[in-house]
Design a protein around this ligand. Structure first.
Ligand SMILES: O=C(O)C(=O)C[C@]1(C(=O)O)C=C[C@@H](O)C=C1
Length: 233
């Protein structure tokens, strides 16, 4: 642990120093190149720090690391390269756990093995992986979570959030199944080849479930959607 380490809330006057830590840490980390100019990063971080919860780690009076939290995410945790390996990251992460006792999530780039190991060793678990198409850097990333003091409640809340999206998607999908029926030569006959192709496409997006399970899920969704469409017509 670094001597003289002080953790304190970030103030408006810290924006410049925090941005310097962010830029230097990103350059030396196993992360994709940033897609913004340094000036854009400085402006963006200053705005974020004005509304999010920021903490700085000071060593001998200098900002050497920082963490930025929203209600449910640890959005940033960076340590300036000269101060790496001195316990600042651990101290900031433990602080985040204290500040968010009911848990939080974060994104880490798949290529950033040191960071993934750092979080895993401190009790964070991997939740999901992306192919990177949804982030600015277009680099595969991993959602990790610290499930907090009551993991059951934490995970149920995340499940509820996903189910809200799933419910909307099921409603949209069922409406489309219904809309297409009048345009079929024989609405009573199902199209196994088409259903198979749909399941294969879904299985590519959800490999953890495997094709057989996805086939059964797709079959149920389509059967029930067709049934609901008949009831309403
Ligand atoms: O594409 C069709 O032919 C549809 O009727 C839609 C749909 C679906 O919901 O995706 C439903 C039944 C068919 O067996 C195949 C697909």
């Amino acid at each position: 642990m670094a001597n003289d380490l002080v953790l304190r809330p970030a103030g408006e006057g810290d924006a410049e120093a925090v941005a310097a830590v962010h830029l230097a840490a990103r350059r030396s980390a196993a992360m994709p190149r940033g897609v913004h100019t340094d000036a854009e990063v400085r402006d963006w971080l200053a705005a974020r720090l004005a509304s999010d919860e920021g903490w700085v780690a000071e060593v001998e009076g200098e900002v050497a690391g920082y963490a930025r939290l929203t209600d449910t995410w640890l959005d940033d945790l960076y340590v300036a390269p000269p101060h790496a390996g001195q316990g600042l990251g651990s101290a900031l992460l433990e602080l985040a756990k204290t500040r968010r006792p009911h848990g939080f999530c974060l994104w880490v780039f798949e290529m950033n093995r040191p960071a993934r190991g750092f979080y895993a060793r401190r009790g964070l678990v991997e939740l999901e992986r992306t192919d990177g198409t949804a982030n600015e850097e277009r680099a595969p990333d991993i959602r990790m979570a610290w499930p907090g003091a009551e993991p059951l409640a934490f995970y149920r809340q995340l499940i509820d959030e996903v189910d809200a999206q799933l419910g909307d998607l099921l409603a949209r999908r069922a409406a489309l199944t219904r809309a297409v029926q009048p345009h079929k030569a024989d609405p009573e006959t199902r199209d196994p080849a088409r259903e198979h192709a749909i399941a294969e496409a879904l299985a590519r997006r959800a490999p953890a479930l495997g094709t057989d399970r996805i086939q059964r899920i797709v079959h149920t969704i389509i059967t029930e959607s067709l049934d609901a469409a008949r009831e309403r017509s």
